[in-house]
Design a protein around this ligand. Structure first.
Ligand code: ADP
Ligand code: ZN
Length: 635
């Protein structure tokens, strides 16, 4: 069928070309070349019947000696008299835009050619897309070759040494599949990388391909989820076919959870497009053999929602966690990303690493980039420490909004709000040191208070959470105490505090009344697309109890914050007034203000803070934004 159609198209083209040539040649036969002087004579003799004047050619008809019309052509010379002559002898003449053989050809046949080309293109698409018309069913996988200039290797991935070790084996397999088969080694078909967004999962997959020197096909789970039923499945099929054609190679599926969610879930349930796609994925994974040298790597940040069938042996049976980097890892990542950046000599990346707990690789890459841009904007020769410091703030809270106008009344409210947070943090022994308080708007936040833990934390105690909630409520309590009413600025704090209370009661088993049990939130279950039947894990009575316990926790923290601020209202005033004056207070300045000492005069450009000062930043108490991701780990 395909060949027949193609052949037909070919013959149509040949036919058209033939017709055209015949016309051209037929015309040319009768044309006589006239010298210009002869033309002038003929005009004077009034033997020319009509004439067409073009830029580079004059054509027309004249009557020869026997009075029979003859077509002629003449190369024109620059002759301003010509038109006058023609007029005096009353000869019909006209001009015409230039035309050559090719433009003639295109003029007559252009549309037909376009149609034929388009039609051929469609035919090809149909063939390639399997049963799907056009390109709907084709995988959108982007191919990157594991060689070439911008090849990514393990050198570009830092801070994930354990992961690299685990992946070593896959690289040596891809490099030489035959060797492995001879020894009967069993290679995992699929590797699942899971971890928070931006931890470098995609980068790792690319690096594997780069190290092994094999092609890399990347696609994203969300590309497989389309409006039309069957399209996703067809794309999966196509991806695997592509892989088999280019073996040995590496297929990468980002956001596996977009296709790989638990089946039989979601409202409406039953067969939907996603389910078909997932089934196709399972079929393909069973159908191919690692002997072919194709390895599938997928990434997700929600391994918990994946369908268990995906994780069974023979499918994604190797699970590797890509964790957020620790201090050493962060420093290494900073080193990687500053390789191509000109750093000032005084820059100590260790300090930056210590200030950025909770930052993932993508944040750090972003930080370095921001710092370079800042330095360039200030027309510096190299990136200095204060650029990097400023970049940290930017990455956390977005750029400073200098232009935003804030009324004095609002400024006062924000200052009291932030002072409330900061003062409570200072008053509660053992809470994370206050690193910075600012009422300069940044990103969506109107002000912020940065508290920096002294080290990375993986476990948090009950009292610590209660302290944190008290600090969070401090902003609103201060507003109420001084201004007399609450404002909308605190909604983000309240959201965080409520969330902590939820988690304490439902997840961490920290409620005395309910005991050490977990109670998953219902909405979450449905959202994840799990079995709705499992929804009701506790009784109505327990639900009431949970609500009561959560409320009690909040009330307890609120009362505590109120008492703390009431008892220290003078300090609150002191701090807020200083904040209105200075807009930003560093941790040590807060200390000075609270102990009633005078602050050193303001310096224009702040000197970069030193290493021994609060080493890290995290957990910005920001106002008016919901969209930031938690930067600290809680267990
Ligand atoms: P994920 O796929 O986990 O969401 P990516 O691999 O897309 O994350 O990471 C985004 C970017 O962040 C990378 O292109 C890289 O510049 C940077 N990055 C992330 N992790 C690392 C790391 N471990 N080492 C170096 N750079 C990293
Ligand atoms: Zn606040």
């Amino acid at each position: 069928m395909k060949n027949f159609m193609r052949g037909l198209a070919f013959w149509i083209l040949i036919f058209m070309a033939g017709v055209f040539l015949w016309q051209q040649l037929g015309q040319q036969k009768k044309i006589v070349d006239l010298p210009y002087s002869s033309l002038k004579q003929l005009i004077s003799a009034e033997r020319v019947s009509d004439i067409i004047i073009r830029n580079n050619m004059i054509t027309g008809t004249y009557l020869d000696d026997k009075k029979t019309p003859v077509d002629f052509r003449t190369v024109p010379v620059s002759d301003p008299e010509l038109v006058k002559d023609l007029e005096t002898h009353n000869i019909k003449f006209s001009g015409e835009p230039e035309k050559n053989m090719w433009s003639n050809f295109l003029w007559y046949f252009g549309p037909v050619i376009l149609l034929v080309v388009f039609w051929l293109f469609m035919m090809r698409q149909m063939q390639a897309g399997g049963k799907q018309a056009m390109s709907f069913g084709r995988s959108r996988a982007r191919r990157q070759d594991g060689s070439g200039k911008q090849k990514i290797t393990f050198k570009d991935v830092a801070g994930v040494d354990e992961v690299k070790e685990e992946l070593e084996e896959i690289i040596s397999f891809l490099k030489n599949p035959k060797k492995f088969q001879k020894l009967g080694g069993k290679i995992p078909k699929g590797v699942l990388l899971y971890g928070a967004p931006g931890t470098g999962k995609t980068l790792l997959a690319k690096a594997i391909a780069g190290e092994a020197g094999v092609p890399f096909f990347s696609s994203s789970g969300s590309e497989f989820v389309e409006m039309f039923v069957g399209v996703g499945a067809s794309r999966v099929r196509d991806l695997f076919e592509q892989g088999k054609r280019s073996a040995p190679c590496l297929l990468f599926i980002d956001e596996l959870d977009a296709v790989g969610r638990h089946r039989g879930a979601g409202i409406g349930g039953g067969h939907d497009e996603r389910e078909q796609t997932l089934n196709q994925l399972l079929v393909e994974m069973d159908g191919f053999d690692t002997k072919e040298g194709v390895i599938l790597i997928a990434a997700t940040n929600r391994p918990d929602v994946l369908d268990p069938a995906l994780l069974r042996p023979g499918r994604f049976d190797r699970h590797i966690s890509v964790a957020s980097p620790d201090l050493k890892g962060r420093e290494e990542i900073l080193n990687v990303h500053t390789r191509s950046v000109k750093l000032a000599k005084e820059v100590d990346l260790n300090i930056i690493a210590r200030r950025t707990p909770g930052f993932v690789g993508a944040d750090l890459a972003n930080l370095v980039n921001e710092a370079a841009l800042l330095a360039a904007r200030k027309e510096k020769e190299s990136v200095q420490m204060d650029d990097l410091e400023e970049a940290i703030d930017r990455v956390i809270a977005g750029p400073q909004r200098k232009s935003r106008l804030i009324s004095d009344r609002e400024k006062r409210i924000i200052a009291y709000h932030e002072s409330g947070h900061a003062l409570i943090a200072k008053l509660i022994p053992g809470s994370d040191p206050v690193h910075k308080v600012s009422i300069i708007p940044r990103g969506p936040a109107l002000g912020y208070t940065l508290q920096l833990p002294l080290e990375d934390k993986y476990l948090t105690g009950k009292n610590e959470i209660i302290d944190k909630m008290t600090v969070l409520l401090g902003g609103r309590v201060a507003e109420q105490l001084i201004i007399g009413e609450a404002t909308t600025g605190a909604h983000n704090d309240l959201g965080k505090a409520t969330d902590l209370a939820h988690k304490m009661v439902r997840e961490y088993g920290m409620s005395d009344k309910l005991g050490p049990m977990t109670f998953q939130k219902r909405e979450e279950e449905i959202f994840l697309g799990r079995d709705i039947a499992r929804e009701k894990v506790y009784s109505e009575k327990t639900a009431e109890l949970i609500d009561g316990e959560e409320k009690a926790l909040i009330d307890q923290c609120l009362a505590r914050a109120q008492k703390l601020l009431k008892d220290n209202v003078d300090k609150l005033n002191l701090l807020a007034n200083k904040l209105i004056e200075r807009e930003v207070l560093e941790g040590d300045e807060v200390e000075l203000v609270l102990s009633g000492q005078a602050l050193p005069p303001m310096i224009e450009t702040p000197v970069p803070a030193k290493a021994e000062e609060a080493p890290v930043k995290v957990e910005a108490v920001k106002e008016g934004t919901k969209s930031e991701k938690p930067k600290n780990k809680q267990a």
